[in-house]
Design a protein around this ligand. Structure first.
Ligand code: ATP
Length: 225
């Protein structure tokens, strides 16, 4: 459950989003505190991506409110972009761009220093690949690059949509290791996943979404009971 005494990073109140007659997100409320690692699980069609996209500002709720560190998209989109890091299920990069170039591009976009690029290459273990074309990377390396881009502006909160889907167990573990390091450094994380093992390994809090609502929310041991 949310820890007392910490800043609320994400506050979702009574959010609804429908498509035609489908209530993808149905009067859902959720609060995430600084430093929490939260996994969002649920069957296909439960509304996880719709919820995540509203938190990311890619979709607008029909009703209800979403605040990130007390900020909302209507008034503070620029500030939110600085404190929120995003990585999608699949990241498409331009064909002819090298790893370090891609990082420099995003660093410039966010106003981060070029030195941050070097730091990120180390953080996501891609220093040896800095001159490789992005389209020659393995699935795991691409996901590590996407994660590196997501954290380039030193965000407070990270949103990851199925970050390790399709990766082999070794590549999955490598990504988990980086996320664990970020956790120790104080990051807040919300991720969707279909792997219970991933939720268990990384997250002290598991939220189960079903038909647009939250069915369960707590530590794994509590949920198993
Ligand atoms: P998955 O695990 O398969 O990614 P999910 O939990 O992320 O599923 P959503 O993709 O959020 O679920 O979809 C929730 C419901 O809303 C589904 O019934 C889906 O068909 C519907 N839906 C989502 N986006 C749209 C859209 N743009 N237009 C119409 N219906 C949509």
């Amino acid at each position: 459950m949310p820890r007392a005494g910490r800043q609320t990073v994400l506050s979702i109140r009574n959010v609804r989003k429908s498509f035609g007659g489908v209530h993808a997100v149905n009067d859902l409320s959720l609060e995430i505190k600084e430093g929490e690692f939260v996994a969002l699980l649920g069957p296909n069609g439960a509304g996880k991506t719709t919820l995540l996209e509203m938190i990311e500002g890619l979709q607008t709720p029909d009703s209800g409110s979403i605040e990130i560190c007390g900020l909302n998209y209507a008034q503070h989109e620029r500030q939110i972009r600085q404190i929120m890091g995003l990585a999608f299920q699949e990241t498409r990069f331009p064909e002819k761009i090298r790893v370090a170039e891609a990082l420099r591009l995003f660093a410039a976009f966010y106003g981060a220093s070029p030195a941050r690029t070097v730091e990120i290459l180390d953080l996501v273990s891609l220093a040896e690949k800095k001159n490789a074309y992005v389209n020659t990377l393995s699935g795991g390396q691409r996901q590590r690059l996407a994660l590196g881009i997501a954290i380039i502006q030193k965000p407070k909160v990270l949103l990851l949509d199925e970050p390790t889907t399709g990766l082999d167990p070794h590549a999955r573990r490598e990504l988990w290791q980086i996320l664990s390091d970020l956790k120790r450094a104080g990051m807040t994380l919300l991720l969707t996943t279909h792997y219970m093992e991933e939720a268990e390994e990384l997250c002290e809090r598991i939220v189960i979404q079903f038909r647009g609502r939250i069915l369960a929310d707590g530590a794994l041991e509590d949920l198993l009971e």
